[in-house]
Design a protein around this ligand. Sequence first.
Ligand SMILES: [Fe+2]
Length: 268
Amino acid sequence: MTSPEEARPLRVLQITDPHLMAHKDGALLGVVTRDSLSAVIQEVLSVHGQPDLILATGDLAQDGSETAYRVFGESLSRLGGDSAWMSGNHDNAPVLREIAGEYQADRRQILQSGWHFVLLDSSVPGKVFGELAETELDFLESALSEYPDTPTLVALHHHPVDIGSDWMEKIGLKNRDAFWRIVDRHPQVRVVLWGHVHQEYERTRNGIQLFATPSTCIQFTAGSSGFSVEPLAPGYRWFEFKSNGEFTTEVCRASAFEFELDENSSGY
Ligand SMILES: [Fe+2]
């Protein structure tokens, strides 16, 4: 017989691309990124409540500053739960790891409630595109080989598939073939999750469910061939994982958050 506690699914929050800055009024295309993150966290608390685990999939800071990462850590402490921070193209990976250590968020592999979470660093210093170094590919292979029977989620910052936006195609994961060669050998992988694209995305590939998620600040226009933003509200993704390998997921947005987006910008 299963007790109510055992039957409770694992509640996982994905927060991505907050682009925080040292200055409290730091803004991206007119959106004050601390304010939009705060609105998203408030939305999580009112819609879903406390998560068990938070996956932060990169571009945590726009300026790579220690202050921005500490603001991020303090912001997440409003939610409670454990977190794991990944680097994106805007991050300073060594600084991120150092501050993540202060918040016990410098984690690469998590086993919880019958699921296995493998967190990769696809950032390349000074580049917008992503690439998994040999050491990351080796880590992925060994992590997946270690738990062949445990349902697994793999998370990284850069998109490992074409999402139908020409300008983003050039800034995705460069060595995606090497990534998929490893993942395809391990059928326990159920989910691949990323940030970077600042939009909701969902697809199935070879039985694996692929997801991307709105940023907690600005949103890129889905399907646009060139750089373009659209005035959608900031958001997050929520998962509930059952120990039998099943899960549900949804995207929620902080619709009450008011902002004036500079839609004519040519970049971010
Ligand atoms: Fe981003």
